[in-house]
Design a protein. Structure first.
Length: 99
């Protein structure tokens, strides 16, 4: 079983350089949302394409990139969900009995 991260990475691995792989790896390190099995899968892909030394190079570079790059803030809530100070959200319409 693969997640979207693993599938996307697998398709990009064909043409990717080690430095490009490190950039990609850094994005997902910052996101922090990949389950363990996805990291194992991605690491195996890297070892298969380059080597264990390539994996070490990519991980070290990815961590350096991730630490330098600011973590983006979460997206703002949708406009209809904004609650201004002193205002309550609108009440949902009443449910009508259809009997």
């Amino acid at each position: 079983m693969k997640s979207a991260i693993g599938i996307e990475f697998e398709s990009l691995m064909v043409t990717m350089t080690r430095d490009q792989a490190a950039e990609f790896y850094a994005k997902f390190l910052q996101a922090g949302q990949a389950p363990e099995f996805v990291w194992q899968f991605v690491n195996l892909l890297i070892i298969h394409k380059w080597s264990e030394a390539g994996l070490i190079y990519i991980k070290e570079k990815a961590w350096k990139i991730a630490q330098k790059r600011p973590i983006p803030p979460p997206p703002p809530p949708p406009p209809n969900r904004v609650i201004r100070e002193g205002h309550a959200p609108p009440e949902p319409p009443p449910v009508r009995d259809r009997n």
